[in-house]
Design a protein around this ligand. Structure first.
Ligand code: UT7
Length: 330
């Protein structure tokens, strides 16, 4: 028995809204076509959170509830909730605060973490450190984004990619060597020129002008981001394998951020992994930003075996990127 305290994943939850936005639907909104979207991105449809008053916390609530139900705990037992998101309900208070209120997590503290598509990995690593410190026993980490709230549905290069969704995990102390074993997290703020939202922050507060200029939507230079993403995600995944002395045979699953099927394929190729070891659900949900990786874990949970080595990898706005090694524990 290992004496080292690690943070094991003991439950997984996920949630996608019912409303679907298919490629055929998008053909009616912008000048695009199903064939282009499938071949350039791998996406077939995305889910959209509709309804007055619905926000990112409404994606988080069912995730936290599912986790508590599966693990047989009350929300009052949660010590801390971290929500990775770039589409918080409000600038403040945090979506974590609002979610805790909605689910009755009366004893939890928490906060939002902004690292775009790498948000779940940043939050997972942070949450694991709270467990490893010995200070907290039950930390929930959720990746959630209502991307439809910041997508310009007249911009065909971005509106075809994104969807709404959330997923999350419960972290608990473990002494058998399961859980979050290593993480390499990186950032380069100069990448902000290629992917950002221009207004709504302290740099350019919201005004009639910012709304008229469509500055509250995602601005993305797709090709530039694509190039950095292919290199960043593959480099960091290879580095993680090397530093943990893992060969392709040692890895059961690659759990990649779902931004573009071509970026996923390039990462898997670099790691020497065949397609059947790669989780891909981009065709059903599109790019849900912080939601993609936990939604994969949610979709694949029944296929995972105790002791499986998983490499979680992401690249996104910031730029932020990283890879995390998880030994599956349940
Ligand atoms: O998740 C966070 C990080 N984000 C990413 O990782 C996204 C990375 N980028 C990408 O995935 C890709 O760059 C996109 C999917 C956004 C775009 O694909 P692309 O292969 O880079 O396309 P492109 O921008 O180079 O455009 C190629 C052509 C252009 O036409 P011309 O100039 O060659 O005639 C575009 O106008 O495709 C055209 N095009 C479209 N055609 C039909 C661009 N968007 C569309 C569209 N439908 N939706």
């Amino acid at each position: 028995m290992s004496q080292k305290l690690t943070a094991a994943i003991t439950a997984v939850g996920g949630y996608v809204p019912e409303d679907r936005l298919t490629n055929t639907d998008l053909e009616k909104i912008v000048d695009t076509n199903d064939e282009w979207i499938r071949t350039r991105t791998g996406i077939e449809e995305r889910r959209i959170l509709k309804g007055e008053g619905k926000a990112t916390s409404d994606l988080c609530v069912p995730v936290v509830q599912e986790i508590c139900k599966k693990r047989g705990i009350s929300p009052e037992e949660i010590d801390c909730l971290i929500v990775a998101t770039v589409t918080p309900d409000m600038l403040f208070p945090s979506t974590a605060n609002i979610t805790c209120d909605k689910v009755g997590a009366k004893n939890a503290w928490g906060f939002d973490m902004s690292a775009a598509c790498s948000g779940f990995l940043y939050a997972l690593t942070s949450g694991a450190m709270y467990i490893e410190s010995g200070r907290f026993k039950k930390v929930i980490v959720v990746g959630a984004d209502k991307m439809s709230s910041i997508v310009d549905y007249s911009d065909r290069t971005t509106c075809i990619i994104f969807g709404d969704g959330a997923g999350g995990v419960l972290l608990e102390p473990n002494y058998q060597g399961y859980g979050i074993l290593d993480s390499i997290l990186k950032s380069d703020g100069s990448g902000r020129t290629h992917l950002h939202m221009k207004a709504g922050g302290s740099l350019r507060p919201s005004s009639f002008e910012t709304v008229a200029a469509k500055e509250h939507y995602i601005y993305q230079e797709g090709q530039a981001v694509f190039k950095f993403a292919v290199k960043g995600m593959a480099d960091v995944s290879a580095e993680l394998m090397e530093r943990n002395r893992l060969s392709a045979d040692d890895i059961a699953w690659l759990v990649p951020h779902q931004a573009n099927k071509r970026i996923i394929d390039a990462t898997a190729h670099r790691m020497g992994l065949s397609g059947e070891k790669v989780m891909v659900n981009i065709q059903r949900y599109g790019n849900t930003t912080a939601g993609t990786i936990p939604l994969c874990l949610w979709d694949w949970e029944n296929k995972l075996n105790k002791g499986d080595n998983l490499v979680l990898a992401a690249f996104g706005g910031g730029f932020t990127w990283g890879a995390t090694l998880v030994k599956w524990g349940h």
